[in-house]
Write a protein that binds this ligand. Structure first.
Ligand code: GDP
Length: 445
């Protein structure tokens, strides 16, 4: 998955805020520390991480969270907004020249995915009724021209390549000739593929800068492999200084790389990420939407519903109400039943509990917990009279066998339920006296 690890870490951290009513500064600091660690482990550049963490911390300690009905959700919202910000804010697409042709130049290291991208972009533009021309200005790699011709054929667009013996070895001339050709033949977009090297070097930068100067492109797209890790920062800086670019294309986002370096590029260069490449096929390509990408990284739907569910299950008011009853030693089977019904309402209880951090020690209890048990318990309690539910001491042998018959269970089942009720009542007493709360209604733990 895209940014899979980072996504898991952030989701877990934020879900950890769950049902907390007010967030203390310690809660916020703990969460921010976890977010920092997750971003660093994902290879996001240090200055970007620092800036991100500082923004989240400041906002999370501020009024917007204090006043929020649900502080945990508000923090998730803040993290989301800050992610959108470092990813570049608004979606930005190609700006077409008023006077065609629109010239788009591609730059980047060898193997970054420029040639493939040229095909993807050409195919998409052709599908949008444009008439793109692909230009093979990568004359370094022996088979680069052929590769572009293959890609052009797949995309169904024309490719301009130097004729043997004419201009070979001079990519600037090929590029300028191609632009003239495009004007003649009414191509409204020109996509220039340039040479890359394995590493950044001066000659490469000069060549790209020369092509840029000679063709005056409307867009210069810097293509960067999302998998190159921390090198992304140095590479992006070198290209910004050497050639400069108007936008970034992240390629190979389909790999399960940590991808965080790619997350740093927009913020560090101040240039928007415009496209994401997600595979070798010409259709594995999408417009980059910072807001959607942030939601994907955060699994927003998941975190928010997790927090909501946790809140339903651990409703504080309800807990206080129950605690109040305990103070008068008046916890009844009706309360017991109500608790269990609440548990069921909380939905996929077991799964939810499993996802919350810190619930490890409850694992065994969860595994032994059977939701059908709730249904059976409900049936038994509903077969009791009002008086019996208020005062379980009335439950003598003959009453128990009547209840067993009425609910389709055995007397042993009824006995067990009464025992569990008594344990729950005892547990409630502990809660009321300030002891460690446990989940009621789940039997002995
Ligand atoms: P260039 O040297 O910058 O022109 O890079 P190429 O376009 O030749 O791509 C280098 C290699 O990466 C090729 O094998 C491509 O098929 C592959 N590639 C390009 N883009 C992607 C992508 O988004 N995902 C994956 N998995 N592979 C890609």
């Amino acid at each position: 998955a895209i940014f899979g690890n980072l996504s898991d870490r952030l989701t877990q951290t934020l879900a950890g805020l769950r049902s907390k009513g007010k967030l203390t500064p310690a809660d916020v600091d703990g969460t921010v520390r976890e977010i920092r660690r997750a971003l660093l482990e994902a290879d996001v550049a240090l200055p970007v991480v620092k800036d991100f963490a500082a923004h989240v911390r400041e906002r999370a300690l501020g009024d917007e969270v204090n006043r929020a009905l649900n502080p945990a959700q508000q923090v998730v919202q803040i993290v989301n907004e800050e992610l959108v910000r470092i990813l570049g804010g608004d979606t930005r697409q190609i700006e077409f020249a008023k006077q065609p042709p629109t010239i788009i130049m591609l730059a980047g290291l060898q193997g970054a995915g420029k040639t493939t991208l040229a095909g993807k972009l050409a195919k998409r533009l052709a599908g949008e009724k444009h008439t793109p021309l692909l230009v093979a200005a990568d004359l370094q790699r022996p088979n680069a021209v052929t590769q572009l011709q293959v890609v052009g054929q797949q995309a169904g667009v024309q490719v301009y390549a130097p004729e043997p013996g004419n201009g070979v070895g001079d990519p600037v001339r090929v590029a300028t000739d191609a632009v003239r050709f495009a004007k003649d033949k009414l191509h409204d977009v020109v996509i220039i593929d340039t040479a890359g090297r394995l590493g950044v070097d001066q000659e490469l930068m000069k060549q790209a800068a020369d092509i840029r100067r000679a063709t005056n492109p409307d867009e210069v797209l810097f293509v960067i492999d999302a998998m190159i890790g921390q090198d992304a920062v140095a590479t992006a800086n070198a290209f910004q200084e050497g050639v400069d670019f108007t936008g970034v294309v992240l390629s190979k986002l389909d790999g399960d790389a940590r991808g965080g370096a790619a997350l740093s590029v927009a913020q560090l260069t101040g240039r928007p990420i415009m496209y994401a490449s997600t595979g070798e096929g010409l259709d594995d390509f999408e417009v980059f939407h910072p807001d959607r990408m942030a939601k994907r990284i955060l699994d927003m739907g998941d975190i928010l519903s997790l927090i909501e569910q946790a809140q339903k299950a651990f409703d504080e008011d309800e807990a206080m109400e129950i605690a109040g009853k305990l103070a008068t030693e008046n916890f009844t089977l009706d309360d017991f039943l109500k608790q269990m019904q609440q548990l069921r309402k909380a939905g996929n209880f077991k799964k939810m509990m499993g996802m919350l951090p810190g619930m490890g020690q409850m694992k065994e209890a969860l595994e032994n917990f059977d939701e059908r048990e709730l249904v059976r318990t409900e049936a038994i309690i509903q077969s009791m009279t009002k008086a019996e539910r208020q005062n379980p001491k009335l439950l003598n042998g003959s009453r128990r066998s009547r209840i067993a018959r009425g609910s389709g269970r055995t007397v042993t089942d009824v006995n067990e339920l009464v025992k569990r009720f008594e344990q729950a009542a005892k547990m409630m007493k502990t809660v009321a006296r300030g002891g460690t709360p446990q989940i009621p209604g789940m039997g002995p733990m």
